[in-house]
Design a protein around this ligand. Structure first.
Ligand code: ZN
Length: 173
């Protein structure tokens, strides 16, 4: 899995592509970035039943649709502006998480993501990884590897974010 830094940058790129700067707010950014990162909360389920749920149901198109529904309902209840658009943006941010995980090197079985749950329980993995795997221990070699992986994510995704923002600004002008 890529790091939360990579997922945050991808979420911000989705937000920049979808929302004009005049509609930007910290609340909308928090929702969209939260949606881009939230799929990895499945790591915490291990503490509930002792089983590995990572990259399963939460890493799917079905979960992205559920996220859209939740965000839409929450935004309506909160009286937020344009709740349907925010829900769609959050869903796309959730899908950005899937895209990054699909493109990353995976060394923790089951390999890949359960991309099409609930229609399929099959795992999918891109054969030529673009991103490095993030380790889950505090050993020095793992910390060093994680720092390298996060730096590579920034090197790839920050220029993408800046490009999307520039294109968005040009489209307005
Ligand atoms: Zn993930």
């Amino acid at each position: 899995m890529p790091s939360p830094i990579g997922h945050t940058l991808a979420g911000l790129a989705v937000l920049a592509a979808r929302d004009a700067p005049e509609h930007a707010s910290r609340a909308r950014a928090a929702v969209v970035v939260g949606a881009a990162v939230a799929a990895d909360l499945d790591l915490l389920l291990r503490f509930v039943d002792g089983r590995n749920h990572h990259q399963a149901e939460s890493h799917s198109v079905g979960a992205a649709l559920l996220a859209a529904l939740l965000v839409w309902a929450g935004a309506r209840l909160a009286g937020a502006a344009r709740p349907a658009r925010l829900a769609m943006t959050a869903s796309l941010a959730w899908l950005s998480h899937l895209a990054l995980d699909y493109l990353n090197r995976d060394t923790h079985p089951p390999i890949g993501i359960m991309a099409f749950w609930p229609w399929s329980y099959e795992y999918f993995k891109f054969p030529w990884p673009l991103f490095l795997d993030i380790g889950r221990t505090l050993e020095w070699a793992t910390v060093y590897n994680n720092a390298l992986a996060a730096a590579w994510e920034v090197a790839v995704l920050l220029p993408l974010l800046l490009l999307v923002r520039r294109l968005r600004a040009r489209r307005r002008g």
